[in-house]
Design a protein around this ligand. Structure first.
Ligand code: NAD
Length: 290
């Protein structure tokens, strides 16, 4: 059994849905958990201390250890306060699960700068800020586990979610670079692209998905990725309904010539679009160009 005794975990957005489920699972397996949640509406408006407190109380009632935090991940002060809560209560931070999220769906033509910035602020800026506040502690300890929450909407695009998909693909870049930079300090960072029945998706998914796409079926992967034994870093995993799959950004073999013009490109589209054999790193991409 994968246990988390003596590990301290920050889970953002843990008052509802996926974050709540991650917090309950890690706490049940011995982790000391900071249950962070601003407690606002789905679009990020408003705030309430209720959701974070309820989850922290439930954990404590079940015999686990947890403290609630209602700080906002999207501000530097909020992020520092979340990490401060972990240090004050439990003395360190081993695990950060960046899960807090909001939606402001609109078709691209109607999307305002507030819709765009607001969504990027919580998902991208929030993940950056909370991770950066915890990072010096992880470096010092030579140990850290980070999970960022991407989305199929970011990886593959989705109508009405230009802001959200930009944010969610941004988290893939953050995860990949954290994976590279963290290696020398024992810090592993991975991302998940989940599907689960929560308040965020209940109006979008077919009703019969509720029983199959439980948050617990996502949390199982998160627990695996934040455990000491995790061997992967810089990876992205699709997870939902009991299935887990690696998602990777790959570059096809490409087509090259000494006579690259708009016309030769247009005439070789089939070779340019080929997928196999692919390369997976910037270094191998560069080699293929030489
Ligand atoms: P949810 O609305 O139940 O949970 C999100 C939580 O984040 C809420 O409790 C909310 O109060 C909190 N939050 C929002 N802004 C915050 C802020 N600034 N600071 C602190 N907390 C804040 O939705 P969920 O489905 O559980 O979503 C969790 C994560 O998973 C999100 O990042 C979401 O984008 C992502 N995701 C979910 C699905 C899915 O199928 N449910 C799919 C892809 C990605």
């Amino acid at each position: 059994m994968l246990r988390f005794d003596d590990r301290v975990a920050i889970i953002t957005g843990a008052g509802h849905g996926l974050g709540r489920s991650h917090a309950l699972l890690l706490a049940e397996r011995g982790a000391k958990v900071v249950v962070n949640d601003l407690g606002g509406a789905l679009d990020g408006t408003g705030a309430s201390a209720g959701p974070a407190a309820e989850v922290a109380e439930l954990i404590t009632k079940n015999g686990g250890q947890a403290v609630a935090s209602t700080d906002n991940v999207a501000t530097p002060e909020g992020a520092r306060a979340i990490v401060g809560t972990a240090v004050d209560a439990f003395g360190k931070v081993d695990i950060v699960v960046n899960n807090a999220g909001i939606l402001r769906d609109k078709s691209f033509g109607k999307m305002t700068v507030e819709d765009f910035d607001g969504v990027l602020a919580v998902h991208v800026r929030g993940s950056y800020l909370v991770t950066q506040a915890a990072y010096p502690l992880m470096k010092e300890a030579g140990y850290g586990r980070i999970v960022n929450t991407s989305s199929p909407a970011g990886l593959f695009g989705n109508f009405g979610q230009a802001n959200y998909s930009t944010a969610k693909m941004g988290l893939v870049g953050l995860t990949k670079t954290l994976g590279i930079e963290g290696a020398r300090n024992g810090i592993k960072a991975n991302a998940i692209a989940p599907i689960a029945w929560t308040r965020m998706t209940e109006a979008l998914l077919p009703a019969e998905f509720e029983a199959k796409f439980t948050p617990e079926r996502v949390s199982a992967l998160v627990a695996c990725l934040v455990h000491d034994s995790c061997e992967v870093s810089g990876e992205v995993f699709s997870v939902g309904g009991g299935r887990v799959a690696r998602v990777f950004v790959a570059e096809g073999p490409g087509w090259k010539t000494d006579d690259l013009t708009p016309e030769t490109i247009a005439g070789n589209w089939e070779a340019i679009m080929a997928e196999q054999p692919y390369v997976l790193t910037a270094g191998d991409s560069m080699k293929a160009m030489l």
